[in-house]
Ligand binder design. Structure first.
Ligand code: CTP
Length: 414
């Protein structure tokens, strides 16, 4: 059945990006119904949103005609997910205090559905104690909050507060819709992203990215790993309340908020950083560690010999970090490896599970554009069998995996 999004657009300069968001949500097969606050109408017109949503755009609560056609309570309940994007400091403050003085805020107070807010505002407004207090309150109330991006702002200042890329918002929407209903905060279960989240008090260790193994001072052996999946997993673990250490190979990615990041270059440095970070409750080894390094990296740049005979490279195997943890005296209670395979995905992952002493192997087929791409299609292999997930954005894979980790670590109550 078609999933329905109630999109509330509040009035900031980023409001125009809601049009692109609607387009991306519709492209994913979702139905979108939009509500504009009064100030949002100054930035984006009901007409343009109406054309893109192919639906009526709601604005004024006291429009009696609308109230007769569809009550505001009903409007807030007909959706599968409520998204506020962009969410201004003003609407966040109202939501945090339960103020309902227009249609948008009334719907937000009346809804029984999961709510995702995507803040966008000036950097100083974002860092203001009042906004941060409101964000913490919303987290505690079970509202899902996306972190704003950093960069140059419309007002000319630089910093955190930009609306995340609409593609990332659409990915997060998809991830939330993919979650089982039992995780909905209002269905009596603890919210996965709030402070009572199931990874609160846990230490999660994540490795990500490639390693670079030097050949000489200017050359190295590397691979195509972008680090995106590992970084998304670290961010999801923070959202779930964990203390997160991210050991990252050389990648150009910003550190997710709340993550303790340790940057390394080589496999041996990665192993040392991982061991230094122990003990951990769960370790998720996403890094694409180079299997080999040169036996002795040259101290000087290797020159051509002028005779057309290349200098042979002699390689030695790198330590296997996952396998080392598998038999470590401080082995994490849950040890998860990744397997990048181009063929016989499940079979190879199964043998890696036993060989490396992991609890799960997340296997992905890297014959396509997974490395560096935005989506991933994975199979989770454990001693109890295989679970295959549909093709998902890397953010969604991260959220689901962290949810699974949280369940595995939580004490059984039955
Ligand atoms: N891994 C590791 N240290 C290494 C090599 C791999 O910790 N030196 C981890 C990766 O982080 C990943 C898992 O082992 O979690 C599988 O990595 P992969 O490269 O697919 O496996 P390999 O052992 O290299 O097997 P092969 O190259 O034969 O597929």
């Amino acid at each position: 059945m078609t999933k329905r999004i109630l999109l509330i657009v509040s009035g900031g300069i980023a409001a125009y990006k809601s049009l692109e968001l609607v387009r991306l949500l519709r492209k994913r097969g979702l139905a979108v119904r939009a509500v504009l606050t009064e100030s949002a109408e100054k930035f984006v017109t009901p007409l343009s949103l109406g054309v893109l949503t192919e639906d009526h755009v709601y604005g004024d609560m006291f429009d009696l005609k609308e109230e007769r056609e569809i009550g505001h309570i009903q409007l807030s309940r007909q959706a599968d997910l409520v998204v506020v994007a962009p969410a201004t400091a003003n609407i966040l403050a109202k939501m945090a205090s339960g103020i309902a003085d227009d249609l948008a805020t009334t719907l937000l107070l009346a809804t029984d559905k999961t709510v995702l807010v995507v803040p966008a505002m000036n950097v100083r407004m974002w860092h203001h104690a009042a906004t941060q207090r409101n964000i913490a309150r919303l987290h505690a109330d079970g509202v899902h909050v996306m972190e704003p991006d950093s960069g140059e702002m419309a007002c000319g200042e630089f910093g955190k507060g930009r609306l995340p890329d609409p593609e990332a918002i659409a990915g997060r929407v998809e991830a939330l819709l993919a979650r089982p209903r039992a995780d909905d905060p209002l269905s009596g279960q603890p919210d996965f992203e709030g402070p009572d989240a199931s990874l609160a008090g846990r230490h999660v260790l994540v490795t990500a990215g490639p390693t670079h193994e030097p050949i000489d001072p200017v050359r190295y052996i590397a691979n195509r790993s972008s680090g995106k999946q590992g970084f998304a997993i670290a961010a999801a673990a923070v959202r779930a309340g964990a203390r997160v250490t991210l050991v990252a190979g050389p990648v150009h990615l910003p550190t997710p908020a709340g993550v303790a990041r340790v940057d390394v270059q080589t496999a041996r440095e990665m192993l040392a950083a991982v061991e230094a970070a122990l003990p951990a409750d769960a370790a998720i080894m996403v890094a694409a560690v180079a299997d080999w390094r040169t036996a002795d990296a040259s101290g000087q740049k290797i020159k051509k010999d002028g005779l057309g005979k290349p200098t042979p490279l002699s390689l030695v195997e790198n330590p296997d970090i996952l396998a080392t943890l598998g038999k470590h005296e401080k082995r994490p209670a849950l040890l998860v490896g990744f397997a990048a395979e181009t063929e016989k995905v499940a079979e190879h992952a199964q043998s890696k599970l036993t060989r490396k002493g992991a609890d799960w192997i997340v296997a992905n087929d890297v014959s396509g554009d997974v490395m560096g791409g935005e989506r991933n299609s994975v199979h989770i292999i454990s001693s109890t069998g295989i679970e295959s997930w549909e093709d998902l954005p890397k953010d969604a894979v991260a959220s689901r995996l962290i949810e699974k980790v949280a369940h595995a670590l939580s004490p059984r109550t039955d």
